[in-house]
Design a protein around this ligand. Structure first.
Ligand code: PEP
Length: 247
């Protein structure tokens, strides 16, 4: 069975009720490739609005979730609360969370494990920074990030891995199709050797970092690129073109 292509839109801290309503109207009206799983990730405040407005075949993800069900965790949101709003997915380990909010590999891993145990599906982000790539440490960094998740996750069925080189996020500097393929292939091989052949074969490994309507089709041709996590371009009508990159 082939892996279903997956395209996520990470809206980050952007949008208002009106802006998101217009964006969703455009998505709802768009002709989207049926073979693609589409998930949008609005800011937490607008999850409920977006879940209600977007057509049901499109999934909705939170951009973060804490590793407890409830309690004295000011400012946090739990997987239970997301499920209460019929939110199916959560993005964890985004480089902005790792960098700006100092989330460690182990903290990200514990949130991944907790979200999965709570019944959410997880888009787990990994990727190296520019200095790490320039120092030839890309594989070492993604291995370290994967290893911490693999320590606490046995069943990867509900995980999508987003390889997002930090130097490509929001910079307009997209990885070349070969650069993306090289790391995706490495990740799949690592999963084969460290989890199981079935996990490696079935898991979706998506690419994120300055994907747009012009570069998506070439990236999508790579054997181990199973989709995209899209930031900036997901806030524009071109998101529909990215979803349809393989048509
Ligand atoms: C992201 O933040 O996940 C991302 C890929 O952003 P952009 O597409 O804007 O580089």
């Amino acid at each position: 069975m082939g892996r279903r292509f997956f395209v996520g839109g990470n809206f980050k801290m952007n949008g208002t009720q009106t802006f998101l309503k217009n964006l969703i109207d455009n998505l709802n009206a768009g002709q989207l490739d049926d073979n693609v799983e589409v998930v949008i990730a609005p800011p937490a405040l607008y999850l409920d609005q977006c879940r209600k407005q977007v057509r049901k075949e499109i999934g909705v993800a939170a951009q973060n979730a804490f590793n407890a069900t409830s309690g004295a965790y000011t400012g946090e949101i739990s997987p239970e609360q997301l499920k209460d709003l019929s939110i199916e997915w959560v993005i964890l380990g985004h480089s902005e969370r790792r960098e700006i909010f100092k989330e460690s590999d182990d903290f990200v891993a514990s949130k991944v494990a907790f979200a999965l145990k709570s019944g959410l599906k997880v888009i787990a982000c990994i990727g190296e920074k520019l200095d790490e790539r320039e120092a030839g440490r890309t594989f070492e960094v993604v291995t370290r990030q994967l290893q911490s998740i693999a320590k606490v996750v046995n069943d990867w069925t509900n995980v999508v891995i987003a390889y997002e080189p930090v130097w490509a996020i929001g910079t307009g500097k997209v990885a070349t199709p070969l650069q993306a393929q090289e790391v995706h292939e490495f990740i799949r091989k690592w999963l084969k050797e460290n989890t199981s052949e079935a996990t490696a074969e079935n898991i979706r490994i998506i690419y994120g970092g300055s994907v747009n309507a012009s570069n998506a089709a070439e990236l999508a041709k790579q054997a181990d690129v199973d989709g995209f996590l899209v930031g900036g371009a997901s806030l524009k009508p071109e998101f529909v073109t990215i979803v349809n990159a393989r048509i």
